[in-house]
Design a protein. Structure first.
Length: 391
């Protein structure tokens, strides 16, 4: 049985009141930390302090914020246009810009308020009581939680124990007869990335063996990947029915507060996903800002390399302390801290640094640390050393 958006919100807790409460929680915690609250795993048992009171390295946000073209576009915007909104005047131009990124057409694109809506819609469209979700373990938890809410089975496939990469062979085997396969690439929280050749082979094999199974490739962190051969799967999504990618402006584009995301796939696939959860629009200022962000390729390249500089430095610091961490291709690292994540998290929070939530089944030894600016990481390092007994 598929649930409507209204029914879904009702089950979360009370119509408009539930939405208002959810909005307050998002402002306080961020969407990533809310996953822990929904599962009964708080971020150290206390509400986060105001951003100015702590170094926030918990939600994979981009502390550098958006690029200069975004700021300029908003400063020069004719705000009288905000009186026009059905549809927002800049919306079509944004959809066309998204499509142009991959040589697609506007009907190959659907929009969401962040990519979270798209992940929810994907599960609602393809999964039910008889059609399972296949996902990595650990991987981004939102799709699994949506599946569990609608009583769809979830097939968790453990990541490789040494590399922490997604077990693509295991996911292929589990995909037979499934409703949806969720490939988070790069994977959150393990920070690893699969090459495009490996993802393409996986997708084609699944579609050959289980043609009706949908496949969602979440590329939320792909802009940060520097590994050779790791590219978008948009062309494959345009070629194959039931295959689609999701992207967000919340990470490398530095616009988490504006809640913008989109998906790319064949028109029939986009209609199926969009209809399952009422997707298709964002606000006027979001469209203006995001269109400007897509045009600023120089800033995106700078952001990618600046993140790599911070990432390499941070990983080297942990390795020098004797803590293993897989080679990250994201704006966070996943560290074997050799103790429960909650101990590390609470110790850091007490000294003014917020780090990531638990990620079962690896929460007994691993912690996720988001990457801030270099100055943030330099301030946080002595605290990490102290909490880990390396001070």
């Amino acid at each position: 049985m598929a649930f409507s958006r209204r029914e879904f919100v009702r089950r979360l807790g009370g119509g408009g009141a539930g939405v208002a409460a959810a909005s307050q929680l998002i402002r306080a915690y961020g969407t990533d930390d809310l996953l822990a609250l929904e599962q009964g795993r708080g971020g150290g048992g206390q509400r986060p302090a105001a951003t100015g009171d702590i170094i926030k390295l918990s939600s994979n946000e981009n502390l550098r914020g958006p690029g200069p073209k975004v700021i300029e576009a908003l400063k020069n915007y004719n705000f009288s246009n905000l009186g026009l909104g059905y549809a927002p005047p800049s919306l079509n131009g944004f959809v066309e810009a998204c499509a142009a990124m991959d040589g697609a057409k506007p009907n190959n694109v659907i929009l969401g308020t962040g990519s979270g809506d798209i992940l929810t819609a994907a599960v609602m469209a393809y999964c039910n009581g008889d059609k399972a979700l296949v996902t990595g373990d650990p991987s981004y938890g939102s799709p699994a939680q949506t599946a569990q809410r609608i009583k769809a089975p979830v097939r968790f496939i453990a990541v490789h124990p040494k590399t922490l990469a997604l077990d693509l062979e295991g996911m292929i085997k589990a995909s037979i007869g499934a409703g949806l396969v969720f490939l988070c690439n790069p994977n959150n929280p393990t920070s690893t990335v699969q090459t495009s050749a490996d993802i393409e082979q996986t997708v084609r094999t699944i579609k050959q063996r289980s043609p009706e199974t949908g496949i969602l490739i979440d590329e939320a962190y792909l802009e940060y990947a520097t590994k050779p051969g790791a590219f978008t799967m948009a062309k494959l999504a345009l070629e194959l029915p039931g295959v689609f990618i999701s992207r967000t402006f919340s990470k490398a584009y530095g616009m988490a507060g504006m809640r913008i995301g989109y998906a790319v796939g064949q028109p029939d696939t986009m209609r199926k996903v969009g209809n399952a959860w009422g997707l298709g629009s964002i606000g006027e200022l979001q469209a203006v800002a995001a269109t400007a962000a897509l045009s600023d390729k120089a800033h995106m390249q700078w952001e990618k390399m600046e993140n790599k500089r911070v990432r390499d430095w941070t990983q080297n610091q942990f390795r020098a302390m004797g803590f293993e961490t897989p080679e990250s291709e994201t704006n966070f690292i996943f560290v074997n801290i050799q103790r429960p994540a909650v101990e590390f998290r609470d110790g850091c929070r007490a000294l003014g640094v917020a780090v990531g939530r638990d990620f079962p089944p690896m929460e007994k030894t691993y912690a996720r640390i988001s990457l801030g600016r270099m100055e943030d990481m330099e301030k946080a390092l002595p605290i990490f050393r102290k909490v880990l007994g390396r001070g």
